[in-house]
Write a protein of this length. Sequence first.
Length: 491
Amino acid sequence: MIDTLHCYIDGKFERSEHYFDNINPVNGEKIADIGEASQAQVDLAVTAAKRALSSKWGAMSVQQRSALLHKVADRIEARLAEFIDAEIADTGKSLYQVETIDIPRAAANFRTFADLAKFYTGETFVTDTATGEQALNYSVNKPLGVVAIISPWNLPLLLATWKVAPALACGNCVILKPSEETSSTAYLLAQVMDEVGLPAGVFNLILGRGKYIGDALTQHPKVDAITFTGASATGKHIMSAVSSGVKPLSFELGGKNAAIVFQDADLDKAVAGVARSTFTNCGQVCLCTERVFVHRVLYQAFVEKLVKAAEAIKIGYPKESNVLIGPLVSKQHQQKVLSYYQQAKKSGAKVLTGGGVPSFGDERDNGCYIEPTIITGLSDEDPINQEEIFGPICHVSVFDDEYEVVERVNNTAYGLAAAIWTENLSRAHRVAPQMDVGLVWVNTWFLRDLRAPFGGVKLSGIGREGGAHSMAFYSEPVNICINIDKHPYDN
C-alpha cells in the first residue's frame, strides 16, 4: 500500500512542503500522507506542460500517441491488483464494483480514445466564387494546449481517465487535480505514465485540498481549457472565476435523477433496476436515482418489494463476498447525508426503511457507513426532492397520468439522467424525448457506450463527453482556405 503520495511534475515526483492525512472511510484510520502542492509547483506544472507542447510530444504523429496510450492501458491492467487495492482504500467501495467497473473502464478509456483519434479528421469543401474562381477550404484539428482536469471522488480513476485519455489522444498536455479524498489511483496513474515513457510535462499530477489548489490551477493565465466533474456549486464558482479569460469549459455536474415506473412495467425488473440505480456505490454516482415516480396501479406492490430489496442489501467490508454497499467517502459527507435524513423526517416524510447509521460492534463503527433509505410523503417542491443528496436514498411518489409525471420529473433545476420502466414500446419512444435530461435509460440503468454523448442540461452541466464529442472539445479546428486561380486559358 502507498504510504506517501507526491505531485508529479515535468516527469518527476516532487516532494511538497506540507502533507495531509488520507483517511480510510471503512474505519476512520489514516492510510497515507498526501502532498499539498504550492503555487510555485502549480506554476512549474503549467510551464512544463507548455514546454512539452512544442517539443517531442508536439512532433508525435497520431499513431505514435495512440501507441503510447495503449501502453498506458496495458500497464493499468498489469498492475490491476494495486489499482484495486488503492481505490478500495480511498473509497471503501465494494471489490465487485472496483474490479468490474472502475479499473477496467479506466483502461478502456485509454484504448477507446486512442483508437478514435486515428479516425478523427477535419472537413473539406470546394467553394465556387462569384468571380468564377474556386477555393479549397479544409480544416485541421489542433490541440487546445494545456488542459486542467479536475476530477471527483466518487469514481476516481474512471472519471479522471474519462478526461485524461481524450485530452492526450488529441495532443494536449494535461494537469490532473484529483479530489483530495481519493488521490491514490491518480498517483498510480502518474507512475504508469512515467513507466510507459510519456515525455516529461505531458502529464502532470497536482495534489491538494479544495478551493486553493483548484483556483490556482483554473485561474492560471497559461491554462488553455478546463474540464471539471463535480458539484454544481463548484462548477458555478469555476465559471465565474475564469470568465475573464474566456477559456473553453466542459462541466459534468450534479443531478436529481428520476425513475418512472409505468403501469405496464415488469414489476420485478423495475424493482431490481431502481434498487440498483438508487443504492449502487452507496448512492454516490451522479447518475443515481433519488426520485421515483410509480403509477398508482403498481405503487403498493412496488414499494413493498423495493423495501425488501433495500433491506436485503449487505453492508460491510469492501472485500467481503456479496457486499453491495460500503461506506460513504468521508465523515463530512456522511454528516451531510445524515442531515438530509433528519430534514426529511422533520418535513413529515414517512421513512419506509433506513434513515440512520448501521451498528457493527467493531472498527467499522468509526467509519462512514450509512443505511440505505426509502422515504415517501413529501411534495415535489420539498428540498429533499429538489437538492442533490448524493447518498443511498430515494423518495417514492405516486402518479396517475403520463402527462402529469413528465411535468413532475422535469420540475427540477437539474437535468442529467432519467430511467423509464415500461413494456410499451410506443410509450418509451414517446416519453424519453420529453425528459429534460442528457441521458435517458429504458428498462436499464448505467449502461453506457463510450462513443455516445454524455452530459446534462440546466445545472447538470455544459457540453458533452464521449466519442466524437470529447474529441471535439479537446481539439481546436482551424480552417485553411486556399484560393484556386482560374486556368489561364479561361481568361
